[in-house]
Write a protein that binds this ligand. Structure first.
Ligand code: URP
Ligand code: ZN
Ligand code: ZN
Length: 461
């Protein structure tokens, strides 16, 4: 059935106007004032509401075997949670182990999402080893519609690759026109410092951030940018947490390195004192890179507003506090890393970004949707409201007031890192390709309707 969203204030990354939006056959077919519509059209009255393009989370983990356990969400639960929070496209990190072949890993990750996800999805292909057999498999994966890789400069012995593998991955990416997303931390420094801290008796969650201070991340960014400079590859630093790492990325950009920066809602709003909470409560806040000194938050907000940081993601990685985080009670290096947030990113960014005067509405849309679409080859299909774009829309109620809680969330994990935080706004209606998937915080969509989004690589010569 055709859909009309009328009387709303429609905000994109570069426009802000009171217009109606008409959707048919999964796409937006008309945008304008006083549109005439066929009689059987479903009408959503958006009076008093904001209307945004569907939001994109460019960095999530759903299927994640990691640190001796498995992240808690499935694609059914994660996609529902994402949609309730206004996120209509997820890009997941496909992370095969080093023992697995790339193509087999890709097929495993695809099989987890296909037929289960209620929202559209794609993957960054994790290159967790690079041997003679890897290169043709990566070419095949790119031919199947993946235009971004993921490398880890951390997680020694798990996903981490060595410099030879990094060099070869970036050279291939440069040739194919694939952007390489990267977890930037120096794994040797982490391993050595962790050993020293444990030997000195620091076993609790606070040891995690002591083991990987800002310079460890900045060194990882520097390392990545050096390799990007020498290969000409385009790179994207995921989960950038601190001023030191941002400075290194910007210095590289000034000398011509093609580098973009992502931060996370967690780094904008939480700080390392959360990971210092007593009685092992801090374990809920263990992720990598770690939460930082609070002074970094203003740096990151300013960098978002100023266009230095392109995207706000979540790195959603849900591990239960009671059973999974508890694996590291006696040793912080065994606490599964990750802070879930896929459901709450948009509402938190709106409340603590837009409502607190840190971001204007168009920048909010840019960093939570449009910029990811542009960087990862989804624009203008996703990330904007225009004739021909997919009809992924968020009718946002700025008068809603509520509090976040694990008791009421849909993401499948036993805690919420933002427990009790107030939100000032939430999606009233969310559509995925013209079908209403959420009404007033309730999922009303179709499990398994999400499409895999083919993305074309863009070779430059
Ligand atoms: O702590 C984190 N970030 N967990 C998920 C894996 C990763 O490094 O992205
Ligand atoms: Zn990471
Ligand atoms: Zn991640």
């Amino acid at each position: 059935m055709p859909l009309l969203i009328k009387n709303g204030r429609v905000v994109t990354a570069d426009s802000d106007a009171h217009v109606d939006i008409f959707c048919e056959n999964e796409t937006i077919t008309r945008v304008g004032r006083n549109l005439d519509v066929p009689p059987e059209t479903e009408v959503v009255d958006a009076s008093g509401m904001l209307v945004f393009p569907g939001f994109i989370d460019p960095h999530v983990h759903v299927h994640l075997p990691f640190m001796g356990t498995q992240a808690k969400d499935t694609w059914e639960t994660a996609s529902r949670a994402a949609l309730i929070g206004g996120t209509t496209t997820l890009i997941e990190m496909c992370c095969p182990s080093r023992a697995e072949e790339a193509l087999a890993g890709f097929e495993t990750w695809m099989s987890q999402a296909s037929g289960r996800s209620a929202c559209d999805f794609s993957f960054h292909m994790g290159v967790t080893k690079f041997d003679d057999a890897t290169e043709p498999q990566l070419r095949e994966i790119v031919a199947r519609g993946i235009s971004s890789f993921k490398v880890f400069l951390a997680y020694k012995g798990a996903f981490g690759i060595d410099d030879r593998e990094l060099y070869r991955t970036l050279k291939l990416a440069r040739e194919l026109g694939v952007i390489v997303t990267a977890h930037c931390e120096n794994e040797t420094l982490i391993a050595e410092r962790s050993r020293e801290l444990l030997a000195a008796g620091m076993t609790g969650p606070e040891g995690h951030h002591e083991s990987r201070p800002p310079r460890v991340e900045a060194e990882g960014v520097h390392h990545l940018c050096t390799f990007a400079e020498l290969t000409g590859a385009e790179v994207y630093c995921v989960h950038t947490s601190c001023a030191e790492a941002l400075d290194v990325a910007m210095a590289a950009r000034r000398r011509g390195v093609k580098v973009s920066v992502e931060t996370l809602i967690q780094y904008l709003l939480l700080d390392k004192t959360h990971a210092e909470r007593p009685d092992f409560e801090g374990a809920k806040y263990v992720m990598s890179p770690p939460l930082r000194d609070a002074r970094n938050q203003q740096v990151l907000w300013d960098a978002l507003a100023g266009g230095l940081v392109s995207t706000v993601a979540t790195d959603h990685a849900p591990f239960d506090f009671l059973t999974q985080k508890a694996m590291g009670r006696a040793d912080f290096t065994k606490i599964p890393n990750g802070i879930p947030a896929v459901e709450d990113r948009v509402n938190l960014l709106y409340t603590y970004g837009v409502m607190r005067g840190r971001l204007d509405l168009s920048t909010f849309v840019a960093v939570a949707s449009t910029n990811a679409a542009k960087l990862f080859g989804l624009f203008p299909r996703k990330g904007t409201i225009a004739v021909g774009s997919d009809a992924d829309l968020v009718v946002y109620d700025p008068s809603f007031r509520g509090r976040l809680s694990a008791d009421t969330q849909t993401q499948n994990v036993d805690y919420n890192a933002f427990e009790g935080w107030e939100i000032e706004g939430r999606p009233s209606v969310v559509t995925v390709r013209g079908e209403i998937a959420v009404r007033e915080g309730r999922f009303v969509g179709t499990a398994g309707r999400g499409n895999f989004l083919r993305r074309e690589a863009r070779p430059t010569d």
